[in-house]
Design a protein around this ligand. Sequence first.
Ligand code: PLP
Length: 472
Amino acid sequence: MSESSSERIEAALLAHIATAKPGSRLPSTRELTAGHGVSPVTVQKALRSLERRGLVVARPGSGVFVPAARAERPADFSWQTAALGASGALPATPVAALRLGSAEAVPLHSGYPDRALLPERLLRTGLVRAARSTATVERAPSAGLADLRAWFSAELAAQTPAGRTAPTARDVIVTPGSQLALGTVFRSIAGPGGVLLTESPTYWGAILAAAQVGVTLVPVPTDAAGPDITALDRAFAETGARGFYAQPTYANPTGVQWSANRTLEVLRSVRVHGAFLIEDDWAHDFGITTDPAPAAAQDDSGHVIYLRSLTKSVSAALRVAAIIARGPIRDRLLADVQAQAMYVSGVLQTAALEVVTQPAWRTHVSGLRRRLRERRDLLLDAVAAGLPAASVETVPAGGLNLWLRLPDETDLGRLVRDSEARGVIVAAGDEWFPAEPTGRFLRLNFAAADPASFLTAAEQIGAAWAEQQRAR
Ligand SMILES: Cc1ncc(COP(=O)(O)O)c(C=O)c1O
């Protein structure tokens, strides 16, 4: 009996079993012997092997059968251990802010606003119009639809001071969300083994994007008015970094808005060091008490790569964002976007354009100010009453989040788990630090949950915290 004939008959029987009806009889040993040109001993051996694995049932005197109800055996993926090798650069567990959570839990962890704060009617109309347009069957240009690019550039141009050259539609690249744009920018400026500077704490997605492209993020401390300029200059000089990723407006998670003076100093620093400022203007539409112009409006020499997204202000279902970049970097970024995503669906771009060019869009955005302010203040009050151990370092002038500091003895992981057991989902601040966290923080979103739940939610987190302290 040769090894290969045994394997051959077993493979043939497995193929047969895979499509056979449950409970059906296999061909007899004689039929198998004749059909496959192997000895009866080989056939018997193959059948016994299949029987041991529970894939066939032998009934002496009747024959061999496919089991009536096939036992569900867990699939064996162990071969992938060798194929995958060492674990990748990204954490295997999903980041806290992306968790969907149960319908009953209060989602204070989310990064996106609640449906009640979205221009839902406008968006539905925009999608219907997009569905009726030729965008449904056409391939969009890889840099984006001309009219949408013109809208993005006009938005920045409107805040460009006299005497500076405003960006044009040619400087715009539409991307499927700004998360992909971060990877594109990091790869294009630094690439694997490269270094970029960043504020600390900073957006967890930027930390992941850098890890994915093999870029080391070197943190620069920030205070309530923006980055520490001495530290920024030193970090540029010491690392040779060619870029600084930052959020000058309502930073996620701290809520910090750079002062006008600090913005000018950062621009000076990037110019002196021949570097880029990668400005993530994610909260452009979420001003509460201020209306700052982006740093990019102050730059017409290609030092600022500007990111603006519509996914939070129009809808998380509309993954449309833009990079605005001037000079040769723009072509490098476009080549990367083409390699990653080719282009953004014209249907989504058309719908986005329909929304943001309606007069009702402006009304919606200006109405958001009051609604965000109410929510922010309610959550501040709720935290003061229910979680007095927490301190709020910055009352944000815009954005969606409160950044709370808890006493250093807090066990954050436990607090997150215990709060969730009490029906409140919160995100531990550790995910926002590119290096070691400098304290125990929580980020609470005031735009995602029903404000009526804020007080109870804060009380539940407070009770979980107090319980943990009693158990110490
Ligand atoms: C600061 C910041 N930048 C970028 C993004 C990514 O946004 P999107 O990919 O939805 O445009 C987010 C989302 O949470 C964010 O908070």
